[in-house]
Design a protein around this ligand. Structure first.
Ligand code: GRF
Length: 199
């Protein structure tokens, strides 16, 4: 349908630079995804400031241990339905999604991870630890992976990967910056492609 765009919710727990890349891209008329909602498990983070600045609706849904997160999942599903969300993008969201949520949006949840999955992923591999371990292991390459979310941690089908060369004298900071830049470009591209498939 002309003018129709895929309605996207971005889940974030931190600075939200990937969210910002998506917001910037979606300002282009040809971009097929529209960021309708930002969901976070905590308040006072930059990702929420970005949502506010751009007039994007946001919800802080703190994780509750009750029923192993079943209640949190229910609240989240309700908010997603309210906003008629078609696609969920996890971009630095630090919680594992409950299976009820995954089942409700099967094949419509994607995650971005700053390494070449299956390397340096899974429980405990987030933030600087990913890059530090890559450097300790003297890898020649690292990179970015975007994948569908299933009930495991970083185990869903890979949609897109791109590698970066590790230079002599590379540090955690320099590698992180290089990968972050690549993440932004990769996520913008993949979200547009997935949005087109869902329309
Ligand atoms: C990114 O490195 C992403 O791969 C990981 O969390 C980080 C989020 O960064 N899952 P930002 O908040 O989008 O800047």
């Amino acid at each position: 349908m002309k003018g129709k765009k895929c309605r996207v919710a971005v889940f974030a727990s931190g600075t939200g630079t990937n969210l910002q890349a998506l917001i910037d891209a979606s300002m282009n008329d040809d971009y097929m995804a529209k960021i309708e909602l930002v969901v976070s498990d905590k308040d006072g983070i930059m990702a929420i400031d970005r949502a506010k600045k751009h007039g994007i609706d946001y919800r802080v849904i703190p994780y509750s241990n009750e029923d192993d997160g079943k209640l949190t999942a229910k609240q989240t599903i309700n908010v997603l339905k309210e906003h008629k969300i078609d696609l969920i993008v996890l971009a630095g969201y630090m919680r594992i999604l409950h299976s009820d949520l995954i089942k409700s949006y099967n094949g419509k949840i994607i995650n971005i991870h700053p390494s070449l999955i299956p390397l340096y992923c899974g429980k405990g591999f987030y933030g600087d630890r990913v890059h530090r371990t890559v450097l300790e292991d003297k890898c020649e390459y690292s990179g970015v992976t975007i994948h569908f979310v299933d009930e495991g941690v970083d185990t869903g089908d890979v949609i897109y990967q791109q590698r970066v060369k590790i230079d002599d004298g590379e540090t955690v900071e320099s590698l992180k910056a290089k990968i972050h830049k690549l993440e932004h470009m990769s996520l913008v591209k993949v979200v547009d492609e997935e949005a087109r498939k869902l329309l």
